[in-house]
Design a protein around this ligand. Structure first.
Ligand code: EPZ
Length: 420
């Protein structure tokens, strides 16, 4: 087991390169089930969730190899159409194999993901959409059993613009017979990246990047090479880290258009931001203004940056309200930040952060990727030493975060420990 030991008070400065997007990678990888052959995904983050997805696809017969950030996948010999509980419980995104399996093989047995650190994570919209396409879905012994003798295009309206449900249904509709119309679909950049990959594979999709997506089913698809998009949430995390330490950091390999809400709020808080090409330079030389945020679906402020924003507002000159309208109980980081000295009150799905409290180092831990990131941010500015336990959660979604932060001047090191 590893932990991070951080000594607070260092100002971050310099350049950091953002890795490929975790949530795009987890949407793209299962698409190898739609066509036999060799796929290559460039700019793949070397993170635990990619290893988990590789292991799952491997157990299904695909050959996956990650060399640095180059991912090679060969789906010529898929032998199993099952995603077992032991895999799915580690990573909910495993459910993304459901749509492609039903579409191409007419059957799938996928464990229900269950809940996770921030509450129930239902998949009813995934299943409703696949049923609309003609799949027969039954739930038994904690598994989703799906069967189809050939999917038929349909009109599907998503009650909620769910990222995962849009991805699963889209990846099934591309091989359904006839036309499919998705309305109120999610428009996160990771969904757009998936749609673009599918078109490259031979799918017929219109309305990419909008809430209304039209698909004309095709008989077959073919393997491709693809360049992954940058990770907008990793970028947001580093921008906030720079702001909290009153540093000057250039974040490279980002797409500014994926970060408009976060950039706007950072500027409102008093950060100076300069954007040139795919680099964003943030400079901050004071405590931030207290800025309220409410998370929303894209292009609103991302729920995956809510925890990091709370950490930032611990330093503000006043109080701010951070509301998560997507995951109402995604606040397990709050009690841990309070251990660092933060003054935060919870009111339903809002955290009221009273900035300016004295923050001192402590041992903290979390069970969610982004919550763990917020603890690192808090430790970067708390006085003295902090130990962050259970860093495997961070390793799920951030490639070598301690090396990247140390490269910017942070005092952080990875240490073996029996503590957990
Ligand atoms: C994706 O999860 C991301 N994960 C999450 O990132 C992210 O927080 C989330 O989208 C929201 O942006 C991946 O892409 C692998 P949703 P997903 O379906 O698809 C409700 C991270 O830290 N809902 O868009 O599961 C749901 O409860 C992770 O990188 C249903 O009610 O999110 C939530 O309230 C954490 N029924 C809302 O929709 C369903 O069938 C949005 O969830 C599906 C979802």
């Amino acid at each position: 087991m590893d932990k991070f030991v951080i000594n607070g008070g260092r100002r971050l400065s310099g350049r950091v390169r953002i890795s490929g997007a975790k949530n795009a990678t987890l949407a793209l990888m299962p698409m190898v089930l739609l066509a036999p052959g060799v796929f290559r995904l460039h700019n793949t983050p070397n993170i635990r969730d990619v290893w988990s997805m590789s292991r799952l696809l491997g157990e299904m017969g695909a050959h996956c190899e990650l060399n640095g950030n180059e991912l090679f996948l060969d789906s010529s010999n898929i032998t199993s159409h099952e995603a077992p509980y032991e895999q799915v419980k580690k990573m909910r995104a495993s459910i993304n194999v459901l749509g492609p399996l039903v579409a191409r093989y007419g059957e799938a047995k996928v464990s229900l993901p269950g809940g996770d650190a921030f509450g129930p994570r239902p998949v009813d919209l995934h299943l409703k959409g696949l049923e609309k396409l003609g799949a027969e879905i039954t739930l038994e012994n904690g598994y989703i059993h799906a069967k189809s003798s050939g999917l038929q295009g349909a009109k599907i309206h998503f009650d909620i613009s769910s990222v995962g449900a849009t991805e699963n249904v889209l990846s099934a509709a591309v091989l359904a017979k006839g036309s499919t119309l998705l309305t109120n679909a999610a428009i996160e950049p990771e969904v757009t990246a998936l749609a673009r990959l599918l078109v490259k594979m031979g799918a017929k999709i219109n309305g990419i990047g909008t809430n209304t997506i039209e698909i004309e089913g095709v008989k077959e698809l073919h393997p491709v090479e693809e360049e992954n998009i940058p990770d907008r949430i990793e970028a947001a995390t580093f921008l906030i880290a720079a702001a909290m330490t009153r540093g000057k950091v250039i974040v490279e390999n980002v797409n500014q258009y994926h970060l408009t809400a976060v950039i706007a709020k950072l500027e409102e808080a008093g950060c100076t931001i300069d954007i040139t090409g795919n680099s964003i330079t943030l400079e901050m030389d004071d405590a931030p203004r207290p800025i309220d945020i409410t998370t929303a679906i894209y292009p609103g402020f991302p729920t995956d940056t809510q925890a990091q924003w709370i950490a930032f507002m611990m330093l503000a000159k006043g109080s701010s309200r951070i509301t998560d309208s997507i995951f109402h109980s995604r606040f397990h980081h709050v009690p841990e930040l309070q251990r660092l000295g933060a003054k935060i009150e919870m009111v339903s799905n809002s955290a009221i952060v009273h900035g300016g409290a004295h923050l001192s180092g402590a041992t903290v831990m979390s069970g969610d990727i982004r919550a763990s990131a917020s603890l690192i941010l808090g430790a970067l500015i708390a006085e003295g030493r902090s130990d962050i336990l259970r860093v495997y959660h961070l390793d799920r979604g951030y490639e070598a975060i301690e090396k990247k932060l140390a490269g910017l001047g942070a005092s952080i090191e990875r240490v073996k420990t029996d503590e957990y």
